[in-house]
Design a protein around this ligand. Structure first.
Ligand code: URA
Ligand code: SF4
Length: 189
């Protein structure tokens, strides 16, 4: 891990900027390569992630892993994190306050990694990242798989369905897989 990311991890482990620190077991900083060309950004840790302190290690993680594997992308060559670093109790949606308190960490991760592609997983992450780069957010059902290019910052944003949505609605799985293929194509350019 590079020094800046190490420092960030220490800050997140000690963070008390929102109420979630009281109920988490382990914050989930993120995982992967500092030199990643692509960042995947989810919503918030779930139960397994909170237990292990690692992103996407539960059922949603299996779907993400499968989609990466199908495109010959290794988990260790990408960087995976979330908008919110501590688990909201019972996997409830993160609140506006929690997101606001936590996103400075995500901002620093983007700054450190400088990804060429940001793939946002689900509506929370898509909404935050698109608006942060000046794009207007529309429902994920209408924007998934679209490439939003910010030429100024030299970054492409691709919103994807959240892999957990594919568990609740299996029809979304093939859409998720097709969108991931598009993401992989961007990396081959
Ligand atoms: N869902 C998320 O949004 N992030 C994780 O890390 C796990 C499940
Ligand atoms: Fe801090 Fe983010 Fe955890 Fe809230 S969710 S305590 S802001 S690290």
């Amino acid at each position: 891990m590079n020094g800046d990311m190490e420092q960030l991890a220490i800050e997140i482990r000690n963070c008390r900027k929102c109420e979630l620190w009281k109920v988490r077991n382990n914050p989930v900083v993120g995982e992967g390569s500092i030199d990643a060309r692509i960042m995947f950004i989810g919503e918030a840790p779930g139960r397994k992630e909170d237990e292990q302190g690692k992103p996407f290690v539960g059922a949603a993680g299996k779907i993400l892993d499968g989609a990466l594997h199908a495109n010959s992308i290794e988990r260790k060559e990408v960087y995976i994190t979330n908008v919110v670093k501590c688990r909201p109790p019972g996997n409830r949606d993160p609140s506006m306050e929690e997101i606001k308190a936590c996103v400075p960490y995500l901002e620093r991760q983007i700054e450190i990694i400088k990804p060429e592609v940001i793939a946002t997983l689900g509506r929370f992450s898509s909404r935050y990242i698109l608006s942060r780069y000046g794009f207007s957010y529309l429902p994920i059902s209408s924007i998934h798989g679209r490439v939003f290019e910010d030429r100024l910052n030299d970054v492409k944003i691709v919103p994807l369905y959240h892999p957990a949505a594919c568990i609740y609605n299996p029809a979304l799985k093939s859409i998720f897989m097709a969108d991931m293929r598009k993401v992989a194509m961007l990396l081959r350019q």
